[in-house]
Design a protein. Structure first.
Length: 117
């Protein structure tokens, strides 16, 4: 089982975390849960809602975050502001560095683990 780790994606080191209630949470995951960037969905113990601007607030601005993931995400515009959400299922991997969620199968094909805790 993948916990928290560093991986290589397209020649670059990235921070990733496999969605699970049982896995150790790196600091960026803890921070995201504290600031409502990550939230377990009620009625579904295995899905997490990801609000990218809150998750990536320390690394990127909201506009860059939205532009990076707009094609695969739910975007809502209300009151003049845009917000971006993704849904991660248990076993999916959140790529914090690139602001995206990938399935475990895609992660195994496209990423290479360089350290795991």
């Amino acid at each position: 089982m993948i916990k928290q780790m560093k991986a290589i994606y397209r020649g670059r080191k990235v921070d990733v975390w496999q969605v699970s209630r049982d896995n150790v949470q790196p600091d960026w995951v803890k921070d995201a849960f504290e600031h409502n960037g990550l939230r377990w969905l009620h009625g579904s113990g295995n899905k997490v809602r990801i609000y990218w601007p809150a998750v990536t607030r320390a690394k990127k601005g909201i506009i860059r975050t939205i532009l990076n993931g707009i094609s695969a995400s739910f975007v809502s515009i209300a009151g003049g502001s845009a917000s971006m959400y993704d849904i991660g299922f248990e076993g999916d991997v959140i790529d914090f560095t690139n602001s995206k969620v990938v399935t475990a199968e895609k992660f195994a094909k496209k990423y290479r683990i360089v350290s795991e805790d």
